[in-house]
Design a binder for this molecule. Structure first.
Ligand SMILES: Nc1nc2c(c(=O)[nH]1)N[C@H]1C(S)=C(S)[C@@H](COP(=O)(O)OP(=O)(O)OC[C@H]3O[C@@H](n4cnc5c(=O)[nH]c(N)nc54)[C@H](O)[C@@H]3O)O[C@H]1N2
Ligand SMILES: Nc1nc2c(c(=O)[nH]1)N[C@H]1C(S)=C(S)[C@@H](COP(=O)(O)OP(=O)(O)OC[C@H]3O[C@@H](n4cnc5c(=O)[nH]c(N)nc54)[C@H](O)[C@@H]3O)O[C@H]1N2
Ligand code: SF4
Ligand SMILES: [Mo]
Length: 735
């Protein structure tokens, strides 16, 4: 497997083929045919409609093609600074979301025990009346804070608004505690600002790029993968640290097959080398940083010789790679990563990553971490939300001092189980399959059993929908308006999601559902806009734009900003000292390690492997396995197992096995992929497979689910994130 410009183009080529296949699919799986209102006949000809993708959270702008009233294909919008006119395989296959035969079609109310997957179809009015009544009852008996909202993705915005207007403060997203929370807190403590998403990484101009776990090429965040291909083409030195020879590692000059869980030792050793061998950016550190002397004293102990037995990386290789980084500075980028909830000491690992970037002078430099800005679109002039009377239930007493920037998912789950600090009686769940995204499914189910109301808004009958009392079927992204997308980025812009085709059945857009429910709850003052067009146009007009313009262009860019110090960017570090904090005064004040210290993690017992997991280019989490186009190119995952270990177990590629964790949880049957490309102490699965919702007919019981096997997790004491790489599995050969 190679990742290069060629490979990327190959992947793109492959998806064009896949998109063409959608044409062949359409007679089989019925999509909506746009009918001309006057003639009552299907519309003829080709229409190009700009919108933005929702197959993952990168939100590339795209142009959708409708042919004779039917969704035909989707391509990148050339004006979009994220996609540069090219979508990733999932983006191109996104039309399959419209054609998915397993979609939810109408609102459902559960008619049996929870988890038994028996519902009746009801009208929207009945479903929303039922939900509103339950919500009123919960509010009367326990107060509005007794409803928790789990939300992921931009579409959740209208429901967040609804639930804030209802009066709850208990809102949480897995994108923080199960994803990038530790990274952003680690960088914020150091630089006074987050890495953000889309990340401020200037990969394309990097002369030396260090990827620690970040598996670009399998992780298909579009802009980053395109920039990675450019960096490779320009001859950048690539250093990859991963226990598994990832696609990115196959392009690396230096591949460091690290023992899992020991990255902090490697990072501290690199810091030690940069300082002890005078390789760091002295001028930059003198000008911008605080705490250099303390750092120097603290890391003296962390020599490459010290790190070698811990990490398995030879001292010479640690020194050589540190010199490569220093030799290319300030155009060196030690990628901050994204999914960083690994071992529970993740904020401190992120601090070490941030410190390393600081020593290389990367913040504000070409090929490092750039300046970002945002296209400022004022919010809709809503009345103020009622003030919640109770503290947030998810992080009582601020147990995790840096927790809860986006709410605390497992904290909210704990509160639902224990009833402390107060009972949580209802959950709204939008766009997140909690059975897959939170560790320890048993705890999630225990919490659900304590609820008086579980409402799930989804597009397919996901595992979490299987536990719901009421399932509300949303129109997929190609069938609806949504919030405007205006992120912090090196080229600020705003983009629009607009409907390309009608929903095929009785699915409704999120904005419509939220407004209708709001009106039933007497919250009409919070929904004064007539419809999504009215809402969006009001906001755009306040920014000097219009909906008509966005509908035509899809994306509008703001003026350019200076990206690097050399271009006039004047970095401001919003830390207590106003400097880059190598020594964190904030952490010191709270009694935590102001400079990261190495922490040792438990190792697999004899006969067990550490369970690692990641992404495949053609799927997103647990949401795309029933998409007919993406299912067609990858319909299951496999367990990566080291060749020597496979031989000991008498296994060859293609044999079926099960994985069993130390708590006795047994996975589905799954094929082995025997490979030299993984260390002997771990196995690897692509996340998102092994579905056990029977209604997901195309993917039911195909492959194994890492989520099922993640019964243990280490909580990060600083921000509450759940480190999930701490589970061990054995291989069961009799299936
Ligand atoms: N075991 C394990 N857990 C993980 C991870 C892992 O790798 N392994 N990764 C972590 C990371 S990095 C993240 S970011 C999170 C992701 O966590 P989630 O966001 O929960 O990801 P999914 O599992 O894809 O669940 C998304 C749900 O939203 C539904 N959905 C899709 N599109 C729409 C839509 O347009 N409208 C509505 N209403 N619903 C929609 C899907 O059908 C699905 O049920 O998971 C985290 N948890
Ligand atoms: N195709 C596709 N792309 C995606 C997504 C998707 O669902 N599908 N999801 C997106 C999202 S929200 C996120 S957060 C990102 C996640 O993607 P990333 O942030 O890039 O990666 P992770 O999931 O943290 O890590 C997976 C990699 O880390 C390696 N690894 C495991 N343990 C260790 C360790 O102890 N040390 C080191 N050095 N490496 C280790 C694994 O072998 C694997 O290669 O992907 C994004 N891109
Ligand atoms: S990275 Fe791919 S799936 Fe994600 S928004 Fe962009 S095109 Fe869509
Ligand atoms: Mo993520």
């Amino acid at each position: 497997m190679e990742l290069s410009r060629r490979r990327f183009l190959k992947l793109t080529g492959f998806t064009v083929g896949a998109a063409a296949a959608a044409g062949a699919l359409s007679p089989l799986v019925k999509g909506a045919k746009k009918v001309n209102e006057k003639s009552g006949k299907a519309e003829k000809g080709i229409k190009k409609i700009p919108t933005y993708c929702s197959m993952c959270f990168w939100k590339c702008s795209a142009i959708a093609y409708v042919r004779d009233g039917q969704l035909w294909k989707i391509e990148g919008n050339p004006e979009d600074p994220l996609s540069n006119g090219r979508l990733c395989p999932r983006g191109t296959g996104g039309i399959g979301a419209h054609y998915d035969p397993d979609r939810l079609r109408a609102p459902l109310i559960r008619k049996s025990e929870r988890g038994k997957e028996k519902w009746v179809e009801v009208t929207w009015d009945e479903a929303l009346e039922y939900v509103a009544n339950k919500m009123r009852k919960i509010k009367d008996e326990h107060g509005p804070e007794a409803i928790g909202f789990f939300s992921h993705g931009i579409g959740g915005g209208f429901f967040k608004h609804l639930l804030k207007a209802y009066g709850t403060n208990n809102i949480a997203a897995p994108s923080f505690d199960q994803c990038l929370g530790p990274r952003d807190i680690g960088f914020e403590l150091t630089f006074g600002d987050v890495v953000g998403g889309p990340e401020r990484t200037d990969i394309e101009n990097s002369r030396c790029l260090v990827l620690i776990g970040t598996h670009l090429g399998e992780n298909m965040h579009n802009t980053q993968v395109q920039e990675f291909a450019k960096a490779i083409e320009k001859g950048a030195t690539i250093i990859v640290v991963d226990p598994r020879l990832s696609t990115a590692a196959s392009k690396a000059k230096y591949y460091l097959p690290i023992k899992p869980g020991t990255d902090l030792a490697l990072l501290l050793a690199w810091i030690n080398v940069l300082i002890s061998e005078n390789l760091y950016d002295k001028e930059y550190i003198n000008k911008y940083a605080f705490g250099f002397e303390q750092l120097k004293a603290e890391v003296q102990q962390y020599t490459p010789e010290w790190a070698y037995p811990i990490t398995g990386i030879e001292p010479e290789l640690i020194r050589t790679t540190a010199m490569e980084m220093a030799g290319n500075r300030p155009n060196t980028l030690v990628h901050p990563g994204r999914h960083s909830t690994w071992y529970g000491d993740d904020t401190q690992r992120a601090r070490a990553l941030a410190i390393l970037n600081a020593l290389l002078g990367s913040w504000g430099r070409k090929g490092g971490l750039t300046n970002q800005d945002v296209f400022d679109i004022p919010s809709y002039p809503y009345p103020p939300y009622p003030k919640p009377k109770k503290e947030n239930a998810d992080n009582p007493g601020r147990k995790y001092p840096f927790g809860g920037a986006e709410g605390y998912t497992t904290g909210l789950r704990d509160a639902t189980i224990t009833g402390k600090p107060y009972p949580i009686k209802g959950w709204f769940v939008y766009g997140t399959n909690l059975i897959y995204s939170l560790p320890n499914t048993e705890e999630t189910i225990k919490a659900i059993q304590n609820l008086d109301l579980l409402v799930v808004i989804d597009v397919i009958p996901s595992e979490i929908a299987g536990w719901a009392d009421v399932v509300l079927p949303e129109a997929v992204y190609l069938e609806r308006y949504d919030e405007l997308f205006a992120p912090y980025f090196k080229q600020p812009f705003v983009s629009l999601r607009q409907p390309v085709v009608d929903p095929p059945n009785d699915q409704k857009p999120g904005w419509w559902i939220a407004k209708k429910l709001g009106e039933k709850l007497g919250l009409q003052d919070y929904f004064k806009w007539k419809d999504a067009e009215d809402y969006l146009d009001t906001r755009l007009q306040m920014a000097g734009l219009s909906l008509a313009e966005l509908k035509k262009k899809g994306v509008v860019k703001a003026s350019k900003i200076p990206l690097y110090i050399e271009e006039g960017y004047k970095p401001e570090f919003n830390t207590p000292t106003g400097k880059i904090e190598l020594y964190s005064t904030h952490l010191a004040e709270l009694g935590y390690d102001p400079i990261p210290k190495f922490t040792k993690h438990t190792e697999p017992p004899a006969g067990y492997f550490r369970l690692l997991f990641g992404r495949a280019p053609m799927h997103s989490f647990s949401r795309t396995q029933t998409n007919p186009i993406l299912n067609n190119v990858m319909d299951t995952n496999e367990v990566w197992l080291n060749a020597n270990e496979a031989e000991k177990l008498g296994l060859k590629s293609g044999d079926f096995i099960r994985l069993k964790n130390t708590d006795g949880v047994l996975s589905n049957k799954v094929k082995v992929k025997v490979t030299e490309r993984i260390r002997p102490d771990c196995v690897y699965l692509v996340h998102g497979f092994g579905h056990d919702s029977k209604m997901l007919r195309q993917t039911y019981l195909k492959g194994a689910s890492d989520s099922q096997l993640i019964t243990k997790y280490n909580i990060d004491p600083l921000m509450g994130g759940t480190g999930m790489n701490v589970n061990f599995v054995s291989v069961v050969t009799e299936v």
